[in-house]
Design a protein around this ligand. Structure first.
Ligand code: NAG
Ligand code: NAG
Ligand code: NAG
Ligand code: NAG
Length: 303
């Protein structure tokens, strides 16, 4: 039944096989292996939230600032939160980068790596790796968030104002900032250019902006499984949207722009947001210091 749409291909007897892989298309499905894994990260506990941070092997600076700020799970003592960083292989294939990464993992035990090259057009593989990891090693969690490493996450707001730890865990739940009625860019100069050989359809399905989206844990396995047969595309957020369409589980658009804002830092504004895309001119640690140490101060209603 997957065979009658050109968006699907391969492996089913009778389905057509693409003649060759366009260089923009990540090789998938493919049995990538976990090189660095946290098999026991979730055992013996029931994390309320697992945060999958999209990272790259050499970017130890961003990981360290996240660990010291919103990613320090010991800040949130009322709920159990797991934070891991997803990486691939350094494209320079540098042994130095890899051995530093392994040392870092010995210290923090929060890195997950598979053996695909860490490139822009391989991002989808990283997201699918995150889904696979949750589906295999962290099924006792309640919710999962995927976030980019240049995004500020307001864990408290997400946990206590959107997910609600005291309520039954939702199923088939996928929420974020939904883009609908968009389509592929066919202009080669565009950052999001995608040729017809890679994505033939003129429209994208509804999908959540990739900077940060949240889903119930059951979705991880569903997305991982369907990802084995949905035709891969290099933009991970669109690809996840294609998987959701195939699963007949539409993503939910959360109102009030709480996901995916670009904003100057104001303590009181940031309190009511889930994700904010950080300008590279903002020092996360300085901002966090103000945000966290003043979290019990009252805000006026409209600031
Ligand atoms: C998952 O949670 C259940 C019930 O809380 C528990 O019995 C089980 O051991 C947990 N599994 C893991 C892998 O921690
Ligand atoms: C995380 O916060 C705890 C206190 O809540 C602190 O002891 C620890 O050093 C912090 N970790 C990092 C990496 O900053
Ligand atoms: C993605 O990773 C695979 C496996 O390492 C590699 O062969 C391929 O060239 C990478 N694709 C891109 C577009 O970088
Ligand atoms: C293209 O996308 C539209 C809207 O999502 C969908 O109805 C249609 O089936 C798709 N076409 C193909 C050929 O997949």
């Amino acid at each position: 039944f997957f065979c009658n749409s050109p968006l699907y291909y391969h492996s089913f007897i009778g389905c057509y096989v693409l003649p060759s892989r366009h260089p923009m298309m990540p090789p998938y499905p493919y049995p990538y292996e976990f090189i660095i894994n946290q098999e026991d990260k979730c055992s013996g506990r029931n994390p309320f939230l697992v945060v999958l941070v999209i990272s790259t092997s050499h970017d130890v600076a961003s990981r360290n600032s996240i660990r010291k700020t919103w990613g320090n799970a010991s800040n949130y003592d009322s709920v159990d939160i797991v934070i891991v960083f997803l990486v691939g292989l350094s494209p320079s294939r540098s042994h130095e980068v890899q051995s530093m990464l392994e040392e870092e993992d010995v210290t923090f035990r929060d890195i997950i790596q598979q053996n695909f090259l860490d490139t822009y057009h391989n991002l989808t593989l990283k997201t699918v790796m995150g889904m696979e990891w949750v589906a295999k090693f962290c099924t006792n969690a309640s919710y999962v968030m995927k976030i980019d490493s240049d995004v500020f996450l307001n864990v408290e707001f997400l946990v206590h104002q959107i997910l609600w730890p005291n309520q039954p865990v939702r199923h088939n739940y996928f929420v974020g900032k939904v883009h609908s009625s968009t389509g592929p860019m066919r202009d080669k100069m565009n950052k999001w250019y995608v040729p017809e050989e890679v994505y033939p359809n003129k429209t994208y399905p509804p999908y959540c902006a990739g900077s940060g989206y949240v889903f119930s844990v059951d979705m991880a396995k569903k997305i991982y499984d369907i990802a084995q047969v949905v035709r891969i595309m290099p933009f991970e957020d669109v690809f996840v949207g294609l998987c959701l369409t195939e699963l007949h589980i539409p993503p939910i658009h959360f109102p009030r722009h709480v996901f995916h804002r670009f904003d100057l830092y104001y303590r009181c504004t940031f309190r009511k947001l889930v994700t904010v895309h950080m300008s590279r001119y903002v020092n996360l640690q300085v901002m966090w210091q103000d945000f966290w140490s003043n979290r019990f101060l009252r805000c006026k209603q409209f600031t």
